[in-house]
Design a protein around this ligand. Structure first.
Ligand code: ZN
Length: 287
């Protein structure tokens, strides 16, 4: 089996980035800095076309009518208002697929980097897809039940009843600098690696394909590539309210920084809320 960056025997995958909303904030919240500059964070997910295994979505993002639906949960509504979340002028994945003549039932599998609402709310729009969670992610949803929308929890329950919810554990197979991993398709094109800290069970997703640059989705470990390059955590206030375990989260930022230093020409690392989309022109992007 090939290791990290060995691509000769891999199939060719296509992937598209999409954006389902944005957050308004200041630079000092995103990365350790004293800048008050206004920044718009995106809410990015990825659609992966595997030539044999079909369509996979990583982080489906905010689902259809999120602005209306969020009002059903006071706590979540408060959090979204506080973070300046807006989905105005943005489309849910379901709408994006419709505009591109792709039927929702073609999405066979869904993965989420971590179980925060902004990353997996849209599972309600894909009841026929199989949702994959690692065992720690599943436990964390249960723990934070109160801040999920009722229709998302119902959707999870239904998936479980229909055997469309698969819970997996990382195996002890090393992949690059990671001691554990999970080979999603069994051909090392989509490798899941543990990246907890921001939330329990958060995963990084490394997508390798014959003809494309390797993509490393780092979830919310950081909120911009700049933080990886400079080895900077989020702002202190953000760490306090957004990171589940600040100490572990900081270690993971350092690990990403080391990966960047070693393989920056070969691996494109992307944060789930990456603000600088203009720097992502090496990958195809749907907006
Ligand atoms: Zn997030």
């Amino acid at each position: 089996m090939p290791g990290l960056l060995e691509k000769e025997n891999l199939p060719n995958l296509e992937f598209f980035f999409f954006n389902t909303g944005y957050f308004q904030t200041r630079k000092f919240n995103i990365t350790w800095s004293s800048s008050f500059k206004k920044i718009r964070l995106n809410n990015i997910g990825v659609l992966v076309f595997h030539p044999i295994k079909g369509l996979l979505v990583i982080d489906p993002g905010l689902g259809i009518n999120f602005d209306k639906r969020r009002k059903k949960n006071k706590t979540l509504n408060f959090i979204t208002n506080l973070s300046g979340l807006s989905v105005k002028n943005k489309q849910s994945l379901l709408e994006i697929l419709k505009n591109n003549d792709i039927k929702a039932n073609k999405i066979e599998n869904i993965l989420i980097t971590h179980t925060h609402y902004d990353h997996f709310d849209a599972i309600i729009d894909f009841p026929g897809s199989t949702l994959w969670l690692n065992n720690k992610q599943e436990g964390f949803i249960e723990k934070e039940k109160k801040i999920h929308l009722p229709d998302v929890l119902t959707s999870l329950k239904l998936s479980k009843q229909k055997d469309k919810l698969k819970i997996f554990k990382f195996t002890k197979k090393t992949f690059g600098p990671f001691k554990k991993s999970f080979d999603f398709f069994g051909d090392q094109t989509v490798m899941l690696v543990p990246l907890s800290g921001h939330s329990p069970g958060q995963m990084g997703v490394i997508i390798s394909s014959k003809n494309n640059k390797t993509i490393f989705l780092v979830g919310d470990t950081v909120w911009s590539q700049e933080s990886i390059k400079k080895n900077l955590s989020k702002g202190m206030f953000t760490q306090l309210i957004a990171d589940y375990n600040m100490k572990v989260a900081r270690k993971k930022v350092h690990l990403l920084h080391l990966i960047y230093k070693k393989w920056k020409k070969k691996i494109l690392m992307i944060a789930a809320h990456e603000p600088e989309l203009k720097n992502l022109n090496e990958v195809k992007l749907w907006r």
